[in-house]
Design a protein around this ligand. Structure first.
Ligand code: ASP
Length: 415
């Protein structure tokens, strides 16, 4: 069996869903198909959530526009026969509506997951019903009954043992060719909804691939494979036909948006190849990520926006070693702030991090023992397999706040 994953862009409107259905119907393998929320629904649900937390009635107009968007797609897909699909999808919208009527518990991460998770429930229901309508046999699975996690809401950790018990039972392929299920969401052992963090559907596909010992996992994208740079920012990009797992992790971690950083490990450990293919032209070969130790000979550029550069200096000028170092790292960890580059000197710890809503709290916590300096709105520019020519061409005229080079990677924090 194979695992296919379709992201928001591949289900952004009725035409996209028709295209997805064609890809599914034209493939005769047994498949588990993991799907994200339609288009930017997760962002819109975040806005519902923010209004909900603020106790602001604006959440209802946002809720209605999400519902209208989904129903318009249903009308387009099912032409004159949309009543049944609308009734079934309404059941899920009603669940969200009921949730929004109850005041927030004040637990930010918990409430976030309870609301944001609906996007994938809507999308998978619609796609499954549409495949039925086209006579493409499939079974819809609520992945929360399969993938079990801890209660670290918004960034849940998989309980592999427990999930393993459910996965073979739910996806047994007895008379079934295709299962349709949600990316991104899961649940605790008590059944409370959790999520793996934004863009987490790739990770879902990779966990399922690994737990089911799939022949391969394919992520269908709007690009022809993994490119050597983001085509929205650079011209003349090329597809990297083969990438070793380790390289793929480096690219994803540096901010290459094509794959979620957590996706590779489960596949590496189970030796399952990952294909990144174009849903626009499925005949293109795409990229294969596997154990094969391929040499990448052209520079790969990754741009990560919304970075903050923090310099943390002990007020009593203690050296940043041992206990001080552990303390700084633990505080960053406590606020779930991801460090992208670390550089330290005798009495200065500098770290480039993703911007976060908890940054102010973090800086406050540091301020009792440390002086904290920071710059925000920065860009992290990474060049894997760099050469001097690429560095001078790309960084011309830019202000560099921090620079770090290893044998294979040059990284710059730019203003
Ligand atoms: N829908 C979620 C998001 O937009 C998960 C995903 O698409 O991977 O972050």
């Amino acid at each position: 069996m194979k695992v296919f994953k379709f992201g928001g862009a591949s289900v952004k409107n009725a035409d996209a869903i028709r295209n997805l259905s064609k890809i599914v119907a034209n493939n005769n393998d047994q498949k588990v198909i993991v799907i994200s929320a339609l288009d930017k629904t997760t962002n819109h649900l975040e806005s519902v959530f923010n209004h909900y937390l603020a106790g602001n009635n604006l959440m209802w107009s946002e809720f209605q526009s999400i519902k209208d968007f989904h129903f318009k797609i249903i009308d387009d897909l099912f032409e004159g026969n949309s009543d049944e699909a609308k009734t079934l999808v309404s059941v899920i919208f009603n669940q969200l509506e009921e949730k929004l009527k109850v005041a927030s518990s004040g637990h930010y991460e918990y409430e976030y997951d309870q609301i944001i998770s609906f996007g994938e429930l809507f999308s998978t229901r619609i796609v499954s019903l549409f495949l039925n309508y086209l006579n493409v046999q499939n079974v819809w699975v609520d992945i929360r009954t399969v993938l079990k996690t801890d209660d670290n809401y918004k960034s849940a950790e998989l309980d592999e043992e427990l999930s393993k018990l459910h996965v073979g039972v739910k996806f047994n392929f007895n008379g079934v060719s295709n299962y349709i299920t949600q990316g991104f969401i899961a649940s605790t052992s008590f059944g409370t909804t959790t999520t793996f963090g934004r863009e987490g559907s790739d990770y879902t596909a990779s966990i399922l691939g690994s737990l089911l010992n799939a022949e391969s996992v394919t992520i269908w994208k709007d690009v022809p494979g993994v490119l050597n740079a983001d085509p929205k920012l650079f011209q003349n990009t090329i597809v990297l036909p083969k990438i070793p797992y380790r390289e793929a992790v480096e690219l994803a971690y540096s901010g290459a948006k094509v794959i979620h950083p957590k996706t590779i490990k489960p596949l590496h450990n189970s030796n399952i190849p990952l294909f990144v293919k174009s849903f626009v032209d499925p005949s293109l070969p795409g990229t294969i990520i596997s154990h094969e130790d391929t040499f990448i000979d052209s520079p790969v550029i990754i741009v990560k926006e919304n970075q903050v550069l923090l310099s943390i200096l002990p007020k009593d000028i203690s050296f940043v070693i041992d206990d001080r170092l552990i303390e700084i790292i633990s505080i960053l960890e406590k606020y779930k702030i991801k460090s992208n580059i670390i550089q330290s000197s005798a009495v200065n710890f500098t770290v480039c991090v993703d911007s976060s809503y908890r940054l102010e709290e973090l800086i406050n916590e540091f301020s009792s023992h440390y002086k904290v300096l920071y710059n925000d709105n920065l860009t992290l520019f990474t060049i894997r397999h760099y050469d001097e020519q690429t560095i001078s061409r790309e960084l011309q005229g830019k202000t560099i706040l921090l620079e770090q080079r290893t044998r294979s990677t040059a990284r710059f924090v730019l203003k």
